[in-house]
Write a protein that binds this ligand. Sequence first.
Ligand SMILES: *Cc1c(COP(=O)(O)O)cnc(C)c1O
Ligand code: SF4
Length: 429
Amino acid sequence: MNNFTTKYQSYNLKNFTKIPAVEKYFSKADIDAVRVVGSVLPFKVNNYVTEQLIDWDNIPEDPMFQLTFPQKEMLTETDFRLMENAINNNVDKAEQILLANKIRFSLNPHPDGQKNNIPRLNRKKLQGIQHKYNETVLFFPSNSQTCHAYCTFCFRWPQFTGISNLKFSMKEVGLLVDYLETHGEVTDLLFTGGDPMIMSAEKLSQYIEPVINSKKHNVSTIRIGTKSLGYWPYRYLSDKDSDDILRLFEKVVKKGFHLAFMAHVNHPRELETKAVQKAIKRILNTGALIRTQSPVMKHINNNPGVWQTMWKQQVKLGMIPYYMFMARDTGAQDYFAVTLNDAWEIFTEAYKNVSGIARTVKGPVMSADPGKVHILGVNKINGEKVFSLRFVQARETKHVNTPFFARYNHDAIWLDDLKPWKSNKFFFE
Ligand SMILES: *Cc1c(COP(=O)(O)O)cnc(C)c1O
Ligand code: SF4
């Protein structure tokens, strides 16, 4: 689109009917569905997504539409009706919120004991840090608890609806640096959110500078997990502090750190615009590397052709494919879920058709409570089908890379659905 304005225009439940394409393409029932589902799951989109990524002639199937717009089937029929009635009958706002929260709590808002990874320093709980795997610390800056748009599959959705009270956020970067200095095993620091790239250059440097200026820790890689390339590439092109952001990246690299820009890319469409391609170049020019990851999901990318195209395009643009994940067991997971077997088939078919350079990707991987479990494939042992698995990451380091088997279950979508093979316990239990 040539006449696209790079002025950021954000839309949510209150104003989405003003999106020109919504006015043109939506029926009354479509609007109703967004209102109802968007009252339970977070909804936010912007003019770049609506004008340059969504193919409106192809809704509702369009993958970028599915990725950002709430769909009726994301709630059960009963929950949908309940919420719809509450809205249409104009019941009290407070009561609507109670109902929305009741539905939210039935959607497994805190999967996999994520709250069990909060570390302590001198007995003080560090709410903004997660330290699950020996060498990597996750940091949730309090100023990054939102995104340029919200993904309908997001597993961090409770943070955006208010039911999670930003439990993970921490203001004091000083505590983070203290923590890193007393944990010599940590080599990787991962900034996450929300999306850290929602922050101004000034805010982001307030978090990063103390880390790169301390010599008393062993961090050598700084990762930034972000969806900004897909949802707002102008962050690196024309926002008023774009150049400052790039200068900050350069500074991190000059100081001798590996700066890993972890780009969340769910569909090849996100890599097609001129804006995103230019943004990628500018980021790479700072000396940062871009690695990519995405869950595999029905309605968005459950097809090997999509993955093959995506990985090839990523390599061509200078990015490094990193992870294919299984969608987590939370929120609208029923809507997106792909079985372990299907995910493995999709992965394998795509993997076969790319060169070794793109085979840096690992997957499909489940981020489960005991660790990141890699589905290596389906084997037959004496005529009996089994899943071959291994840990790429484990709460207990000694379990990393140990292969193990599970009984084949055609419908399994998560580790919980698997039973050990010829044993009553998995080796890690
Ligand atoms: C994925 C993940 C990491 C990073 O793991 P790598 O395999 O090093 O990319 C760290 N902490 C948590 C909680 C994770 O889920
Ligand atoms: S960008 Fe990431 S954190 Fe934000 S809504 Fe999407 S998946 Fe969730």
